[in-house]
Design a protein around this ligand. Sequence first.
Ligand code: ZN
Length: 345
Amino acid sequence: MARKLTKKDSEIDIVEWLRRLPKAELHLHLEGTIKPETLVELSRRHDDTPLTLDEAGMLYKYENFLGFLMSFKAVTERLQEPADYELITYNMIRELASQGVVHAEVYISFGIIYYWKKTDVEPYVEAIERGRERGERDFGTTVLWIIDAVRHFGVEEGARVFRKAAELRERYPSIVGIGIGGDEARGPADQFRELYREAKASGLRLTAHAGESVGAESIWSAINIGAERIGHALAAQHDTELIEVLALKQIPLEINITSNVKTGCCKAFDEHPVKDYFESGLMITLNSDDPPMFGSDLLGEYVLAQQRYGFTMEQMRELAANAVEASFLDPTRKLELLRRVERYL
Ligand SMILES: [Zn+2]
């Protein structure tokens, strides 16, 4: 006898459909992917009295943006040796694969390594690459790296980060691009114009966080210095001319809904412009930023888009295709993944 499908069943089916939909993640910070279980493992390596899982979980709870920064610091300060980076990279790929993520482009903050550890980044990159190769082999999810400079550390620091990225790219082709993150108010994109030109000339692709915590002018600046993808672009909603340009040029936007609400950059889920952007014809992609910090992940963002913002299943497929299209993958892998998205039933 055929069983009647209850609402609960159909919801589960949709989540399962979204989980198996081949997804690409384009805005994820390696240092922001550490789950409490991994933190416990790091703590066993480095703390005299290792954290329990409950204690580790408490470190992810915060009340406001300052609290979020403190949380982030408490987690990342247990990243001490190259082997720690190998561990978090491998665990990140395992986690991505379990959500049906087939490809990810992940920010690595050289700035954190230079500034906090006062040491050369190369042993860390070597370890990250070991984690990536093992992860790709075991789980099939491909990963490319985007080297991120902390914009408010200044242009000189940015030059050091980007030139190192260009140098390491020769040996590690999985380093595909660069970006700027950090405090937009204290590090306007304009000042990185020359460095972006130089990075592009050395074959690196260009991204920038823009319009997350300040106004639309930051997004204009990012476009003007040649950013090929914009991270967040939350402030574009207040500038109709910018919306027109973004639509016309089909500049991919790396949208992070839960992150925007949890950091307070967007006041509430109901105020997030993701659906308006889509309906205005913008090239949007869904992403998770620092997932365990925000209690979300890429699958969660897809479920959120479908259930809260009313994207149809066909539109969900379009979002998945956008992310592959906007990736920096080589044409062969890109085509292979696009076909998988198109043929997915
Ligand atoms: Zn980010």
